[in-house]
Design a binder for this molecule. Structure first.
Ligand SMILES: [Zn+2]
Length: 136
C-alpha cells in the first residue's frame, strides 16, 4: 500500500464539474506515480470527498469510469470517504461530526456553533499491484 497522505493534495476549484475534478485527480495521481517510478496498475484509489465539498460521489464514480481507460487507473476500484464537518458548540461542549451543514447545535440549539472541515476534496491513498504475488 502506497500512502500519499504526506503531503496532502488539496484540489482547488470545488465548484468545478466532477469530470474536471476527476481529470485533475488523475493528473495528480499520474504525477505521483511517475515521481515514484511506479509502472504497475493502480488497484484502488481512495478519495476524501467531504459532505460539504459540493461534489457528488456518484458523479465522481461515473467520471472515473469515463476517464480511466488506457491509464494506470484502468480497472481500479474507486473508494470515496465522505467525512462531515466537525461541529463544536462552546455553549454546551458538544463536539461531534455531523452529516450536513447545520446552523444550530444539535444538543442545546445554540446558534453560535463552529463547523470545521467537511469540505475537503483530495486524494487520500492509492494502492498499486504488488510486483510479487501473495506477499501479504
Ligand atoms: Zn450546544
Amino acid at each position: 500500500m502506497l500512502d500519499v497522505r504526506e503531503p496532502e493534495y488539496t484540489i482547488p476549484g470545488q465548484d468545478m464539474h466532477e469530470l474536471g475534478l476527476i481529470e485533475e485527480i488523475f493528473t495528480i495521481v499520474q504525477g505521483e506515480l511517475d515521481r515514484q517510478g511506479i509502472r504497475q496498475q493502480v488497484e484502488c484509489l481512495t478519495l476524501t470527498v467531504g459532505k460539504l465539498s459540493g461534489a457528488s460521489p456518484e458523479a465522481l464514480q461515473n467520471a472515473f469510469e469515463l476517464v480511466s481507460p488506457g491509464t494506470q487507473l484502468e480497472g481500479a476500484r474507486l473508494e470515496i470517504e465522505e467525512p462531515g464537518p466537525l461541529c463544536r458548540c462552546p455553549a454546551c461542549g458538544f463536539e461531534e461530526e455531523v452529516s450536513q451543514f447545520i446552523l444550530s447545535c444539535p444538543a442545546c440549539d445554540s446558534g453560535s456553533i463552529l463547523l470545521e472541515g467537511g469540505a475537503d476534496l483530495r486524494v487520500r491513498s492509492l494502492d498499486v499491484e504488488d510486483d510479487d504475488e501473495g506477499e501479504e
